[in-house]
Write a protein that binds this ligand. Structure first.
Ligand SMILES: C[S@@+](CC[C@H](N)C(=O)[O-])C[C@H]1O[C@@H](n2cnc3c(N)ncnc32)[C@H](O)[C@@H]1O
Length: 319
């Protein structure tokens, strides 16, 4: 693949100009090209300084940390390539326009793929490995760390897919002997989950979340990540049913709500509403308000954390 910088004009060098000047330069360049390289003060020169503080010889350079450049790239719908050193004070940053969003966000189904397999092993979604992304792994470990489980606890994962969320239990003391029950309507993803957790105590059921088998029983922990807001899932009815019929008196839930979109290999922060180009968190806030209120009414204490997925942890009956 040719380098995105191969045919670019020589990069503009920034010293102490305000960020708005950098932003305008990038916007103009990205309107006509697919990538733009600029030279900026090496973020490492300003370690311990806040964005906008003066650094370098005679304070001629404005410091911006790498995180700020990552935010700028994200705000411009770009990928930021790894910074390359230019000289003792500057690095070259290349902003490359992102391609389209991942196909599973589009909502339509492939003509030859049933809706149940939209997230199956042959789908584009199978390329996502959340536990290999620090933006998910750290909050996930923190959320599971809040949960106290009794010996031999039963754990239910709704929308379990191939079982990524359950795989994290192997790294925690939370429940070394927990029994997993995973539910999903993708037969191919469940086949992978069964191969991954071959212990006969674990079960993976092909079922619709709107029609959970009554014999599922009760659980000490229910997990569901990126699933409750799926098209066709009546999540309010499901939550009521979980609390009334499938949770032990002393129990926890960890529910994940996407606050991001997958786009051209990147995870872009912010919940997006179809037909709106900017993130809009209002639907997410509305859903979370409902969940928190309902869970509080049923004796749960809740915690909300996370960035790319907001994780609502609810616990009841703990001292
Ligand atoms: C976005 S994926 C999330 C998978 C996994 N929890 C994760 O975060 O990586 C949603 C999952 O829910 C499943 N799902 C969606 N609607 C469902 C329904 N009505 N009944 C059963 N499973 C459903 C999909 O097959 C898929 O595995």
């Amino acid at each position: 693949m040719p380098s995105p910088t191969a045919t670019l004009p020589s990069p503009r060098r920034f010293l102490g100009e305000p960020l708005i000047a950098v932003l305008r330069h990038l916007r103009e360049a990205l309107e006509v090209g697919t990538a733009c390289t600029i030279e900026v003060p090496d973020p490492d020169l300003g370690r311990g300084h806040y964005p906008g503080e003066r650094v370098g010889p005679e304070g001629r350079l404005v410091h911006r940390p790498l995180r700020s450049w990552c935010d700028l790239a994200e705000g411009l719908s770009c990928r930021l390539l790894t910074p390359r050193a230019v000289d003792g004070t500057h690095v070259a940053l290349t902003f490359e326009r992102l391609g389209p969003e991942a196909p599973w966000h589009a909502g339509g189904d492939e003509a030859d793929t049933p809706a149940r397999e939209r997230y199956g092993t042959e789908s584009a979604f199978a390329r996502v490995h959340k536990l290999e992304d620090a933006g998910f792994l750290l909050p996930w470990l923190e959320a599971l760390g809040r949960v106290r489980l009794p010996p031999g606890a039963r754990v239910l994962d709704l929308g379990v897919n191939r079982g990524d969320e359950l795989a994290a239990f192997a790294w925690l003391d939370t429940a070394p002997d927990a029994t997993f029950v995973g539910v999903d309507h993708s037969a191919s993803a469940l086949a992978e989950a069964r191969a991954r957790f071959p212990d006969a105590r674990h079960t993976f059921l092909t079922a619709d979340l709107n029609a959970l088998p009554p014999e599922l029983g009760r659980f000490s922990l229910i997990l569901s990540v990126g699933t409750l807001q799926s098209r066709g899932v009546d999540d309010h009815a499901l939550l009521r049913r979980l609390v009334q019929e499938h949770l032990e008196p002393r129990a926890s839930l960890v529910l994940g709500f996407p606050n991001s979109r997958f786009r051209d290999g990147e995870v872009v922060h912010g919940a997006r509403v179809r037909n709106l180009s900017e993130p809009d968190l209002s639907l997410l806030v509305k859903d979370l308000s409902f969940y928190r209120r309902y869970l509080h009414q049923h004796g749960f204490r809740t915690y909300l954390q996370g960035k790319y997925d907001l994780l609502l942890t609810a616990t009841r009956g703990e001292t």
